[in-house]
Design a protein around this ligand. Structure first.
Ligand code: HOZ
Length: 430
């Protein structure tokens, strides 16, 4: 057994002062029946806890660490900007460079506003869409998670799914009266809703590849229907690419599936591991944002030089020839390896992967939506999580999250994961 003395002592102190001992719920590890381990430091794809235990990290800070931890270029950019200051609450050159980089990378984005988290990005994009259309109704999909803004806490994934929270107390009924949640990948349900209510819909928001009910790929036809129906009814299509942006391709999921939304939300990778978010899209929608237009949205730390420098350095690395191909090769080795082992030992599981995002669901169903994901055996997942951790593999502690492969993972690290799985999976069917 790995020692957890120091993590335990930190948790005992934390739990007295921080709700659940954590600053974001999933990391509390409650759904896998244990206390969290506290992290001391990380390097590349390795993460080290307060007790000195070493793990191969497949969480990557829930997505931002596409280059692994403490990548040389990112560290150098942070060190360089520290000589100038960390926040001025005033415009800086680096945010112009960031806006240019995002708009050049993602062709649907003509104007962009930096914020400080994915939650801020989605709530601001929705406000812009409602103002632009003069309508209120918001359509989302079950199991998609778009942050913790009131309007979006309906049938949400991520921590809401992990903790099995039906709806959050504190969210007034009136706030979610205009939110409709439909099954993901269900074209008939979406077309029916649009036929009945399309003229009242301000926006349709979707994770183009869902990562918050575990990883669930879209039926490409589903995304095409979202685009054509929103065009037909003149509502705003918002892609939440907080996780997928710059990860599945340099141009995000929209480049991969060749669909152009009206607005896109970003986060995670664009901050290189520092707190960040961004939303952008069509000029005529974004031009409504204050001070160019009347739609109010603001932030003291928005576009701060520290986050911009880390993000810019990260995005520049992603442009290296062969970057995505190399991560794809390692991710494919991981998913096909797991499937091979599972087939050999006869354990029912389903593996979903798109690029460097992946989930293993302990169910015999093909997982196409939240209902399928919820058929997973959570006890088996919990045992799997804990046994893998004991073998030095650090995974998201929830069936309803995705794991992330970074460029810092070597083939040998992938093979260490597979060796651990080879030992752990048979124990799960005993
Ligand atoms: N909601 C994030 C994952 N999709 C973060 C989870 C956490 O840090 O607890």
């Amino acid at each position: 057994m790995k020692s957890e003395t120091k993590s335990k002592a930190l948790y005992d102190r934390a739990v007295k002062l921080i709700p659940g001992g954590v600053n974001s719920p999933v990391r509390a590890c409650r759904s896998v029946g244990r206390n969290p381990i506290f992290i001391d430091r990380a390097q590349g794809c390795r993460i080290f806890d307060a007790d000195g235990n070493e793990f191969i990290d497949f969480v990557g800070s829930w997505g931002p660490m596409m280059l692994g931890h403490r990548h040389g270029s990112v560290m150098a950019a942070i060190e360089k900007v520290l000589e100038r200051g960390v926040s001025f609450g005033a415009p800086v050159d680096l945010e112009v460079e960031m806006a240019e980089m995002i708009c050049n990378a993602v062709s649907s984005v003509e104007m962009v506003r930096m914020v400080n988290s994915g939650t801020e990005a989605t709530m601001s994009a929705i406000r812009a869409a409602r103002a632009y259309t003069g309508r209120d109704v918001l359509v989302k999909f079950d199991g998609c998670y778009h942050g913790h803004a009131d309007t979006l806490l309906v049938a949400a994934g991520s921590g809401v799914a992990t903790l099995n929270i039906a709806g959050s107390p504190g969210v007034p009924e009136a706030t979610i009266r205009h939110t409709v949640s439909l099954p993901y990948n269900d074209i008939p349900a979406f077309k029916k809703l649009m036929a009945e209510k399309g003229k009242t819909v301000a926006a349709v928001i979707v994770e183009p590849v869902a990562g918050n009910m575990g990883l669930v790929p879209p039926d490409p036809e589903f995304l095409h229907e979202l685009r054509s129906e929103t065009q037909k009814h003149q509502c705003v299509l918002i892609f939440d690419e907080v996780m997928t942006g710059f990860r599945l391709a340099y141009g995000g999921a929209q480049a991969l599936y060749q669909i152009s939304p009206d607005l896109t939300c970003f986060g995670k990778i664009v901050g290189g591991g520092l707190p960040v978010g961004a939303y952008g899209g069509k000029q005529e929608i974004m031009a409504q944002i204050a001070p160019e237009g009347p739609v109010y949205q603001a932030g003291t730390l928005s576009g701060n030089p520290l986050a911009m420098a880390a993000g810019l350095a990260t995005l520049k690395e992603l442009q290296q020839p062969g970057f995505y191909e190399s991560v794809e090769e390692k991710s494919d080795r991981l998913s096909s390896g797991i499937l091979r082992i599972a087939e050999r030992i006869g354990i029912p599981l389903s593996v979903n992967r798109v690029g460097s995002m992946m989930s293993i669901f302990f169910t015999d169903r093909v997982v196409k939506n939240f209902e399928d994901a919820k058929t997973s055996n959570l006890e088996v997942f919990s045992a799997y999580y804990n046994k893998m951790l004991e073998k030095g593999i650090y995974l998201p502690p929830s069936q309803f999250e995705a794991l992330f492969v970074s460029s810092a993972h070597e083939i040998a690290d992938i093979d260490l994961f597979l060796a651990a799985a080879e030992a752990v999976l048979p124990e799960l069917i005993k």
